[in-house]
Design a protein around this ligand. Sequence first.
Ligand code: GLA
Length: 392
Amino acid sequence: MSELRERVTQAFSARFGGPPEQIVRAPGRVNLIGEHTDYNDGFVLPMAINRAIWIALRPRSDRRILLHSLGFDQPADFSLDGLTHSRGWTEYTRGIAWILQQQGIALSGWEGVLASDVPVGAGLSSSAALELALLRAFWTVSDFEWNQAHMAQLAQRADHGWVGIQSGIMDQMISALGRENHALLIDCRSLEVELLPLNKEIRVIVLDTATRRGLVDSAYNERVAQCRAAASFLGVPALRDIRLDAFNAKAEKLDEIIRRRARHVISENERTLQAASALRRGDVRAFGQLMNASHESLRDDYEVSSRELNTMVEIARQREGCYGARMTGAGFGGCAVALVDAATSVNFVNTVGEAYTQATGLQPNIYICQASDGAKVVSPNQVSEIYETSEV
Ligand code: GLA
């Protein structure tokens, strides 16, 4: 039994004097390739990881939501009537209640306990995992249809309309649609997806640099604006709509910074599609090289890497059995991801950490990740698990 499942179950019983009726789980994610492409209507290739948010809950007869977190002091405690803003993580709970009610869905109250092993602020999408876990929690006590892509869109709308973050759609999509042992190619315009099996001989290793950057939001919004400016100059709805050769023919007329930003996005879209083909034919080497090229482009053209991320990536690439490494997520700090031969992965983990500490004085966190399922209900008595297969 998963350790967190046990913890939320016990904490629920201790707090509410009885067992939970439902347990839900939604995973964090690591993006393998396709960075800063989602808000350009482009392609991304993430996988859901075996780190997740768990909520144990039971319905209430009134319209109160009471959710305790094992990681944060303040509970989310509010009525579904007359929602108001608060601060911190509880905003997500209100935001999800808000967007569901905006859809005309009649919600019921519930009480629960939440636990997570997705590090916050590391670029592994703890917020999207929280949103999808909350949607699942509301789903178990209310009457609405669970369509994975639609749920991801609602989570994104809660970000935009309630929490006040202009997120893309990648994180919510993968937390909703992830599948064990698979990466997911997502077309962020049509929301069409393709599950791609991961080769059993490789390991996906997340390398947390132990650095966090405060300015991520403003730098992120600036990149979004620069991409819009480039698309408008190039006369296309989004940067997804122009190929690299057509762009190169027109690029000279663009402002130098905007040109580099656009070149990253356009080339990254092409790399992501090539990486998906490499995965389909089981060509791990080609995949790793595309990851390397992605990092270079994020570092030089998009300028969202950092000294620590570059150091981590360099160190990872020097190890035996490493096919490729790159920064992952929004950037400016957080995590890198490496694709490593399974046979050398333990040695890789042991030596990368040491070398990184020597180079930076920082203590990294390193996770060998397994691709896991998207948001789902896990029966509290462990007899069965409900998997959703609705079309997207
Ligand atoms: C953050 C956002 C995503 C995506 C990445 C960059 O993680 O939440 O939507 O834009 O940055 O690829």
